[in-house]
Design a protein around this ligand. Structure first.
Ligand SMILES: Nc1ncnc2c1ncn2[C@@H]1O[C@H](COP(=O)(O)OP(=O)(O)OP(=O)(O)O)[C@@H](O)[C@H]1O
Length: 250
């Protein structure tokens, strides 16, 4: 399990971006990290991933400090869907196959190819297999990055704004597929989100960041009109519609 306690981080001395942030990503849970632009969400994710070293507190992967976990072991346990990743001159198929590398002993086996084919199919990308990744639309590319993370079959999946660039139907599909990984494989997922309605539909844990500190963490009960006002400065109603909670800005 991936967990962090008391994280502090600054890019520049005297300007803390994260302050005393604790989070636990339990198997079978899907956490949304929410908060205004610039409040530290992506920074938190990169600390959790071990890409940035916190100034205070620590990140633990199965109880071991992240800094002590070797890169390959880390990649076997934690997959990341980053906000910005650069396309290279690989086909979609090969770009997704790259996600299997932490699990491979040498050349890809038939089992690796099966996982890649099934994942491309599942995300509706089969027809793009032989296209070059740098020739995809923004949305197609985003789904390819998700496919690459899925084939890694890590216990923890971190996603930075995974529905960026996607049309409404694809946004639902991506969130549904992550939820399926959580429910069927028991992984822990954690996504930085801006769309509170997508978060409330698919996530079961919520961590609101305000000025780099945790304002609230918990289940759906912590998503209230008061919280939304406090975090975003926005008046909103939360209504029940067809058994689901929906946030409607006033
Ligand atoms: N590489 C960097 N060097 C210096 N400051 C940075 C760097 N990256 C981010 N920051 C600053 O740290 C703060 C938090 O940034 P971060 O990207 O974590 O916010 P965020 O909540 O993910 O924002 P958004 O919702 O806009 O993606 C911001 O004030 C940002 O300007």
């Amino acid at each position: 399990m991936l967990a962090a306690c008391g994280l502090g981080f600054s890019y520049r001395a005297g300007t803390p971006v994260l302050r005393d942030v604790s989070i636990e990503l339990a198997p079978g849970s899907f956490t949304a990290i929410l908060g205004v632009n610039g409040c530290g969400k992506s920074t938190l994710l990169s600390c959790l991933m071990g890409l940035r070293k916190p100034d205070a507190g620590q990140v633990l992967l199965d109880g071991v400090p992240m800094g002590e976990v070797k890169r390959r072991a880390r990649a076997q346990k934690v997959a990341l869907v980053a906000q910005h990743s650069h396309a290279n001159r690989l086909t979609v198929y090969d770009s997704v196959l790259v996600g299997r590398h932490p699990l491979m002993q040498g050349a890809p086996t038939e089992a690796d190819h099966v996982v890649v084919r099934e994942t491309l199919e599942r995300l509706g990308l089969s027809a793009y297999s032989l296209r070059y990744a740098d020739e995809l639309s923004g949305g197609e590319y985003q789904k390819m990055v998700l496919a690459r993370a899925f084939v890694q079959q890590a216990e923890t999946l971190l996603l930075d704004e995974p529905t960026n660039n996607l049309d409404p139907a694809n946004q639902q599909e991506v969130m549904r597929e992550v939820r399926r990984e959580v429910d069927e494989r028991g992984i822990a997922a954690c996504a930085v989100m801006h769309d509170i309605n997508l978060a409330i539909r698919y996530c079961d844990r919520f961590l609101f960041l305000k000025d780099g500190a945790v304002d609230a963490a918990g289940g759906r009960e912590c998503v209230t009109p008061e919280r939304i006002k406090r975090i975003y400065g926005m008046d909103a109603d939360i209504i029940e519609h067809g058994g689901r909670l929906v946030v409607i800005p006033r």
